[in-house]
Design a protein around this ligand. Structure first.
Ligand code: HEC
Ligand code: HEC
Length: 229
């Protein structure tokens, strides 16, 4: 006795769906193993910021960004300078903390409740700080600075010859603290700070080269630490 047409059809359907399930599970496993893709790049905001509203919002930021020499405890590195930093880059940085692709706990807490307008106002306030160009805090040797200069040729396209960026959505590095630059480069390398462009830039760099690059950019006078009360 041959099975009826319906039975054959049902058997075929269940074989087919079983193979889909198997395929699906395999795809899911592969996806779990693959490294997370870098998040889509952030863009500067298109709204106009208000510096005087930013000044009020910045009350909570001053304790760290307005006190020269303040530093992050664990790991230990100096709080990055804001004076002379590009407005568009500050907007991108704050959005990165807000969406969680930059992973500093205090900065995420600071940024989590900010609206786009708040971010534009804060960025306008910070980028309007005036001050004399300074070098960053650094104990690096003159030898490391020279080595860093040679190796920094590949960074110039975006960060400028001496660390002043070619476009406003990119950060100025000149005069930033050594320990912060080193920390940032290590975070791009480990993926803790997720960024497509910088991830590619640092993938092949060893610890010594990272320190030399940080030494070079830190020694170029530009960004400034502004004390505010
Ligand atoms: C408790 C200290 C502290 C407070 C308060 C604080 N920050 Fe920060 N901020 C830091 C540290 C430390 C970093 C570097 C974090 C990292 O490694 O990503 C940072 C990073 C940043 C950056 C990115 C810098 C860069 O070069 O990429 C911006 C922008 C910023 N802060 C703005 C603010 C604003 C705006 C506020 C107030 C709403 C604020 N911060 C409050 C300590 C602080
Ligand atoms: C193709 C453009 C490009 C090149 C080349 C490039 N960078 Fe960057 N860099 C960026 C961008 C974009 C960011 C901001 C990424 C983000 O939002 O985290 C950045 C961020 C950084 C930061 C973090 C700054 C801060 O304030 O937090 C450091 C440090 C840095 N770059 C160093 C370097 C060094 C050293 C090189 C050369 C080895 C280099 N970059 C090459 C585009 C570039």
């Amino acid at each position: 006795m041959f099975p009826s047409k319906t039975v054959v059809f049902l058997a075929a359907v269940s074989a087919l769906s079983a193979s889909f399930i198997t395929f699906d599970a395999a795809a899911q496993q592969a996806a779990a193993k693959a490294p997370a893709a870098p998040p889509p790049p952030l863009a500067p905001l298109t709204i106009q910021g208000d510096a005087s509203r930013g000044a009020v919002l910045a009350e909570t930021c001053k304790g760290c960004h307005g006190v020269p020499g303040s530093h992050n405890a664990y790991p230990s590195y100096y709080v990055p300078k804001r004076g002379g930093q590009n407005l568009e880059y500050i907007e991108i940085a704050l959005q990165g903390y807000r969406r969680g692709t930059r992973s500093h706990p205090t900065m995420q807490a600071q940024a989590s409740s900010l609206s786009d307008q708040d971010i534009a106002d804060l960025a306008t306030f910070f980028s309007a700080w005036v001050g004399e160009p300074q070098t960053g805090k650094s104990d690096a040797s003159a030898h490391d600075v020279d080595e860093g200069k040679k190796k920094a040729a590949v960074c110039q396209q975006c960060h400028g010859e001496a660390g002043v960026a070619a476009a406003k959505q990119w950060p100025n590095l000149a005069g930033q603290h050594f320990s912060y630059l080193e920390q940032a480069l290590n975070q791009y390398k480990s993926g803790q700070r997720a960024d497509l462009l910088m991830g590619q830039q640092v993938a092949a760099l060893d610890e010594a080269t990272i320190a030399e690059l940080a030494a070079y950019f830190s020694a170029q006078p530009y960004l400034h630490q502004t004390a505010i009360d």
